[in-house]
Ligand binder design. Structure first.
Ligand code: ADP
Ligand code: ADP
Length: 225
């Protein structure tokens, strides 16, 4: 069971730009939450606060009721997939997927077991020795997913993971990500500016504008409004 609580969360950058204002949300176990809204509305900032990559200016973030504000990013039971994949160009696919485990001092044989398993799930087994530049866009995107999967985290965060793919691959990857979410039993937050993506993927949608939550509901509730 993994629940997330965002309580009155506000973010000010350099005590000037107020990127997020009084964000409140309870996320239940195994939900697939989508934050949607135009560029600059505070989606990434909110996700990065949850990941521990940005400080929270005001308010509390909790996992299973435990306050996480002061817990370091690497010590949170959270894995994140970035928009630009952030793959290391000089490392093989295997090493890219293994990196987050190495820095957490996971034993070598355990790393190999987890990377091999993730590669199998994602169809990456033939490419483990390749460098990212020898892969297609879809394969790179899978490596970025693989790097998150191997963490065995309870919470998955995804920041516009499909926006660099062509439209056909984007549609295909939507359903792959949902299958993955169901298979891994994670609690997931997915950020996009694409309303169709939100409507087809979410258990609940959070609509944001100018740093403020406008509406929260199932795709049907949002559509009916
Ligand atoms: P979105 O993900 O919805 O595109 P962001 O969370 O990236 O929105 O940005 C929200 C607001 O915060 C924007 O006005 C953006 O310019 C500002 N912002 C984002 N990151 C920083 C930063 N590191 N320093 C200052 N302002 C930032
Ligand atoms: P996105 O909209 O996907 O969040 P952006 O292009 O807005 O991406 O931001 C890319 C990076 O630049 C992020 O790390 C963000 O924190 C940073 N950033 C965005 N706006 C600002 C800003 N006004 N000042 C400083 N850094 C910013």
């Amino acid at each position: 069971m993994t629940t997330l609580t965002l309580k009155n969360i506000t973010k000010r950058y350099d005590n000037k730009v107020q990127a997020v204002t009084d964000f409140n949300l309870d996320i239940e176990d195994r939900e697939f939450i989508v934050f949607v809204g135009p560029s600059g509305c505070g989606k990434s900032t909110t996700l990065r606060m949850i990941a521990g990559l940005e400080d929270i200016s005001e308010g509390d973030f909790m996992i299973d009721g435990k306050r996480m504000n002061d817990v370091a990013s690497k010590d949170r039971d959270i894995a994140m997939v970035f928009q630009n994949y952030a793959l290391y160009p000089h490392m093989s696919v295997f090493d890219n997927m293994a990196y987050g485990l190495k820095i957490r001092k996971v034993p070598k044989d355990e790393i190999k077991r987890r990377v091999d398993e993730a590669a199998k799930i994602l169809g990456l087994d033939p490419y483990l020795d390749r460098k990212p530049k020898a892969l297609s866009g879809g394969q790179r995107q899978r490596v970025a997913l693989g790097r998150a999967i191997v963490r065995d985290a309870s919470v998955f965060l995804m920041d516009e993971p499909l926006s660099n793919l062509d439209s056909k691959l984007r549609v295909q990857m939507r359903s792959e990500i949902i299958k993955l979410h169901n298979r891994l039993n994670t609690t997931t937050i997915y950020v996009t500016h694409d309303q169709t993506e939100a409507m087809t993927m979410a258990t609940r949608i959070v609509i944001m504008k100018d740093g403020v939550v406008q509406q929260v509901g199932t795709p049907k509730e949002v559509y009916d409004n």
